[in-house]
Design a protein around this ligand. Structure first.
Ligand code: TXA
Ligand code: MG
Length: 322
């Protein structure tokens, strides 16, 4: 149920979007920087506000599964099957775009990414609009993705738009992105739905995108991405890194167990029970908090490389590229 207060802020967002302005929206994954998908002006200001390279395409957010036919065509059976099972939810499908979808959204490609976000407030917003919205994560390009309204404001600073407040993002990590090529299902980005789960659903193996197997590239695969300002090291051996950097102010993000030998205020555990969903939900907040402590270095312990651990490690690897 939408509260009266939420109904009012949703209406404010509706009005702004109709005027081709931007609004930050809550989703189950991360906050998005949203604009009217049919407004060239709104699309271009998204790229400007984020400082995003024009070659990096945007995800189109639609209100329900039926609306996919308004933006995409020649949709493969397997895509419809996945949409039925996971929408609303953290799965983005790369589909052949309809001609009326702007090339600025697709970065000149013939395909677009589409999903139905699973957040009550944003679904209500979409239901009050007569156009889809495009929304990348609401952070400045290459910075850590936002999972709270405060993260949006700190990452975008004076460029931050009106923020539709929807609490902390439940999944806390971006959607999984898959595309379709011949008879293959291609994983473009690890995300909130584990690869193994999609393979179970489809009863077949996904092939992982690499620059050599499939062109053109998905810029989400850019090497450096999701980075805090503080240098970051990803490791399987926290103690070893602490010894190597013993003269520095080091923040530690253990996967499960707090280090008794290190100041508590410089540590953020991802999940005390070793739960991967919980760790994913805490990841970006931990990075945002560490980044605000003026440390010399952040050392993060690798998650187990299964299920959502693969997406967690993927983001951390990108964050550690110097
Ligand atoms: O969970 C999410 O997906 C969030 C929320 C806001 O929905 N959005 C998000 O957007 O993560 P963004 O822009 O930060 O990442 C979108 C990724 C980019 O890496 C982009 O390259 C890829 O999706 N992408 C979009 N359209 C594509 C296309 N046609 N082909 C290949 N990759 C595409
Ligand atoms: Mg992003």
């Amino acid at each position: 149920m939408i509260s009266p207060e939420d109904s009012i802020q949703i209406q404010q967002a509706v009005d702004l979007l109709k005027e081709e302005q931007l609004v930050a929206i809550p989703t189950e994954t991360v906050y998005g920087l949203a604009g009217n998908a049919f407004s060239e002006k709104a699309i271009l200001s998204i790229f400007e506000v984020k400082n995003r390279p024009a070659v990096n395409p945007l995800i189109v957010h639609i209100k329900n599964i039926e609306a996919v036919h308004e933006v995409a065509q020649n949709i493969p059976q397997e895509a419809l099957l996945l949409a039925q099972k996971y929408w609303p939810g953290p799965l983005t499908l790369i589909l052949e775009k309809k001609d009326h979808i702007s090339n600025s959204i697709s970065a000149g490609k013939t395909t677009i990414g589409v999903r139905v976000p699973n957040h009550e407030i944003t679904l209500e917003l979409l239901n009050r609009l007569n156009f889809p919205i495009v929304a990348p994560s609401a952070n400045r390009s290459n910075h850590i993705s936002p999972t709270t309204p405060a993260h949006v404001r700190s990452s975008l600073g004076d460029r931050a738009p009106f923020v539709l407040e929807g609490g902390s993002c439940k999944n806390g990590i971006e959607s999984t992105i898959v595309g379709f090529k011949d008879d293959q299902v291609v994983l473009y980005r690890h995300g909130a739905i584990a690869k193994e789960e999609l393979e179970d659903t489809l009863q077949k193996k996904l092939i992982e995108f690499t620059k050599d197997t499939i062109a053109p590239a998905s810029p989400g695969m850019f090497k450096k991405h999701y980075s805090p300002n503080t240098p970051l090291i990803l490791t399987t051996d926290l103690q070893k890194e602490l010894v190597a950097h013993r003269n520095q102010k080091v923040g530690v993000i253990p996967f499960q167990n707090l280090l008794s030998s290190h100041p508590k205020e410089w540590q953020r555990v991802l999940s005390t029970t070793g739960n991967l969903s919980e760790a994913a939900a805490n990841l970006y907040r931990a990075l945002h908090e560490m980044d605000s402590l003026n440390l010399d270095l952040i050392v993060v312990e690798k998650a187990p490389s299964i299920g959502l651990g693969v997406a967690i490690n993927d983001r951390l690897e990108r964050a550690s590229v110097q």
